[in-house]
Each structure stands twice: as C-alpha cells, then as structure tokens.
Design a protein around this ligand. Structure first.
Ligand SMILES: O=C(O)CCC(=O)C(=O)O
Length: 251
C-alpha cells in the first residue's frame, strides 16, 4: 500500500476505493490514524448537517436568553447525538455509522462485534472565534482510560481545515498514556488538565509528524484513544465547523 508523499511528508490519505480492513489496520499500526476520502454518502451528511445546524441555532438562542445548557455545550461545543436527527425512532448519526463501510473496516482491529460508546459519540461545533475554545494537544485516553483500542471516526459535516477549524494529528502510533501519572487522583475534565503539550515527551514531536488535512463532507479521519491530536485553528479561519465524533470499542 502506498502512502502519499506531500511536501516530503508521508501521510495516510486514501480514497474509499483503495481501502479494506487489512490495509486500514496497517495504516493504523504505522501512523495511529488514517484519512479516508469520500467514505460516507454526502446526501446523508447534508441531512445530518441541516438538523445539527438547526439544533445549534436553537441552543444559541436559549443560551443567549440565559439558559445554562451544561458544560458539554458551553465548554466543549457538544450537543446530544439526536441533534443530528431521528429516523424511524433511531438516532440518525448512529444509523449513518452502522450502515456505512466503517464497521467492516474495523474488523481487523476490533473484530466482528463492536460497540459505540454513546456517551462519547456526539456532534461538536468549533467556531474560530466564539463559543468553546479549541482542544489542546491531548490523548482521548486521558478521559476515556485505556480499556483496549478505542477508534474515533471524526466526521466533519462542513469543509474543515482551511476556512474552518480542522483537526491535527501526530502521525505516529502511541502505546501509552503520556501524562497518566497526573490523573491518579482525578479523571481530567478540563482542557487544561488533558493538555499534553507541556509534557517533556512532547519535545520529541517534530513538525514533520504533525498533519492537519483539509477535509470535505464525506471524508473521515480515524484515530485511536492514544493518538495525540488537537483542534487545528489558524488566524485566517472565519467559518464554524460541526463534526461528529463516533467512538467504538470491541464488544
Ligand atoms: O473537533 C475538534 O476540534 C477536536 C476533537 C477532539 O479532540 C476529539 O475528537 O477527541
């Protein structure tokens, strides 16, 4: 399998037609992440985006009137999974996920039976200048623990990484929680607590390991609970982005 070479950086950037469960696993083991373009039907993404944008608009109105919508919304930009829509009584974002190729791509790494971690599988909005702040460099394991491989499907509903905030990953597989000793007493709940960028280990991460792909609706970036990542935000970005985080573990 060929990894793309962009500006002398090898990156795991593939078309949906190039990928199967085995090379998905290879890329994950080599880089700790993989981007697959055009993996999800854009029509379904459009429907979910429409529902989610309406839900955020309503939430903003309530919030402006002084209603407290909880720390999940205020600090992290999350709304409930059903904000993406309900279809035949089922949560549309999970339907979309289960009917996509993603569960079959996970087979090599997670086996035949997988479970969605519904408490950690939600829409998220990132605006370049307002609302919740961007996430710092972190590992999801700092708040999810290390119960075995957890794979996150990060699915932008808008263009992400150019005019709107994207996501940046460190292109290497990780095998431990780097700042675990800080969490002996308390599970971290704030960005300050999960921030890994002041960890001495972080000085090993050279710029050629950082990757912030520009993504369009239908593309999916996969990374694990150990992959180091953050929101990618530049001064020139003007637009907000809504994305889905859908996390799965072997059942
Ligand atoms: O969407 C973002 O900007 C950050 C998402 C993130 O940190 C995550 O999915 O763990």
């Amino acid at each position: 399998m060929e990894y793309q070479d962009i500006n002398n950086q090898k990156v795991p950037d593939f078309k949906a037609t190039e990928i199967n469960s085995v090379n998905f696993g290879d890329s994950f083991r080599t880089f700790g992440s993989i981007l697959i373009r055009n993996l999800i039907d854009k029509k379904i993404i459009d429907e979910i985006r429409f529902n989610a944008e309406n839900a955020y608009e309503k939430a903003d109105e309530l919030s402006k009137k002084g209603r407290y919508l909880g720390t999940q919304f205020k600090d992290f930009g999350h709304l409930e999974a059903k904000s993406g829509g309900i279809e035949n009584g089922k949560t549309q974002i999970y339907n979309m996920f289960c009917n996509s190729r993603i569960p079959s791509l996970y087979k090599e790494l997670l086996g035949e039976r997988i479970m969605i971690l519904t408490r950690n599988s939600l829409p998220r909005r990132q605006h370049p200048h307002k609302y919740n702040p961007p996430t710092p460099f972190h590992q999801d394991a700092s708040f999810l623990g290390d119960p075995g491989l957890i794979i996150n499907s990060w699915i932008p509903l808008n263009e992400a990484g150019s005019d709107a905030p994207g996501i940046q990953v460190v292109l290497r597989p990780e095998n431990k929680i780097h700042n675990e000793s800080n969490f002996k007493v308390k599970t971290p709940t704030t960005y300050e607590e999960i921030d890994i960028s002041r960890n001495t280990y972080f000085s090993e991460i050279t710029p050629n390991l950082l990757w912030a792909p520009i993504m369009t609706p239908g593309d999916v970036l996969f990374f694990s609970h150990l992959t180091i990542h953050r929101t990618y935000l530049t001064d020139s970005m003007k637009l907000p982005r809504i994305s889905l985080e859908i996390r799965c573990i072997s059942a």
